[in-house]
Design a protein. Structure first.
Ligand SMILES: *Cc1c(COP(=O)(O)O)cnc(C)c1O
Length: 341
């Protein structure tokens, strides 16, 4: 198995390489941690009851339909633990988040990966790779690292063609940022397809990447199966409290979403001015082509103040994934690119 390659940075650079929230963590989340610090001599609630209760209201579903874990990374591993093993296979894309591959390979199963189709997640080509040993399909929507998405209609008609005994994991880590009117309404899809499980995270919009909280929504059968693979106290007290409070932090969420919206417009138009190809983004980052390999330039860009994501490990060596920063950071990025390219 290959080791995970994280987005890197150097001291002094603005880290815009891991799609974290540049505005910081949710202030209400941080306050809730201060309030309970004196209670960390106690084990956490292993069932994350308060957080699951709140999430089940948001999703109009039951608590038994929600799994909270130590980041959505852990959700993928728990689902794979419950669903797949040696001699079986899962389907996914090549140019996508690497944790699906990791989770599947960890349980000695095969990951069958297909190239994106013009930047889009390869739904139909994946299905062509399915056979009787296929157990899981991973879809990243919007896709990391391209920021591209499939519409409600497209995901719906795909799900209609997937055999009922194959689990489809729809990773919506960036759905909070999607503003396309035809972006999937996954609560509706969950009601229609019992073999669908949707994952979300507190690491991006809510600014809690360092605490590690993510969750899945699915049928009781899928959720309880994955839960049995989990360690008893996988989500710590502080993470549970901060995630719960951040859900109600409307002011912080709105400020973050407004920033992403205006900076997406700004960065996209600066890329257009320079004739640099980019994928239209539905996420808090953008993926663009600099026409030559990024790796030899990465350090020079970082030394000038901005750490970007080199996409070599994603199979896109000439592309940069850039998390939208605040305006002065985005202006700086283009000064640096103008100097170096
Ligand atoms: C960041 C990210 C996640 C979130 O992972 P956590 O483990 O919850 O921090 C999940 N999927 C994708 C595609 C991501 O980019």
């Amino acid at each position: 198995m290959k080791a995970y390659v994280p987005g890197s940075t150097i001291p002094g650079a603005a880290k815009l390489s891991s799609n974290e929230n540049p505005l910081g963590p949710s202030p209400l989340g941080v306050q809730s941690i201060r309030d309970i610090l004196d209670g960390i001599n106690r084990y956490p609630d292993g069932a994350s009851t308060a957080l699951r209760t709140e999430l089940s209201k948001i999703w109009s579903t039951g608590m038994e339909n929600i799994l909270v874990a130590n980041g959505s990374d852990e959700v993928f591993t728990l689902l794979a633990a419950a669903w797949i093993g040696s001699g079986e296979n899962a389907l996914g894309a090549k140019e996508t988040f690497s944790q699906y591959r990791y989770a599947v390979n960890l349980f000695s199963a095969e990951m069958r990966e297909v190239h994106l189709e013009e930047g889009l997640y390869p739904l139909d080509p994946m299905l062509e790779k399915a056979d009787s040993a296929t157990r899981m399909i991973f879809i990243c929507n919007p896709n990391n690292p391209t920021g591209t998405y499939h519409s409600h209609q497209e995901i719906d008609s795909f799900l209609a063609r997937v055999p009922a005994d194959v689990l489809v994991i729809l990773d919506e880590a960036y759905a909070d940022f999607a503003d396309a009117p035809d972006f999937p309404d996954t609560a509706k899809l969950l009601a229609a397809y019992p073999n669908l499980v949707v994952t979300r995270t507190f690491s991006k919009l809510y600014g809690l990447a360092g605490l590690r909280v993510g969750y899945a929504v699915g049928t009781e059968e899928v959720i309880s199966g994955a839960n049995r693979a989990s360690l008893p106290f996988n989500v710590n007290n502080l993470a549970q409290a901060a995630a719960l409070e951040s859900l109600g932090d409307e002011d912080f969420c709105q400020r973050s979403l407004n920033m992403v919206k205006s900076e997406k417009t700004f960065v996209s138009s600066e890329l257009e001015k320079r004739g640099l190809f980019y994928y239209p983004s539905q996420a808090n980052f953008i993926c663009f082509d600099i026409g030559r390999e990024v790796a030899p330039l990465w350090r020079a860009i970082a030394e000038r103040g901005i750490a970007v994501r080199n996409l070599q490990s994603f199979g896109l060596p000439r592309m940069i994934r850039y998390t939208f920063g605040e305006r002065q950071e985005n202006i700086r990025l283009f000064e640096i690119l103008d100097e170096l390219l």
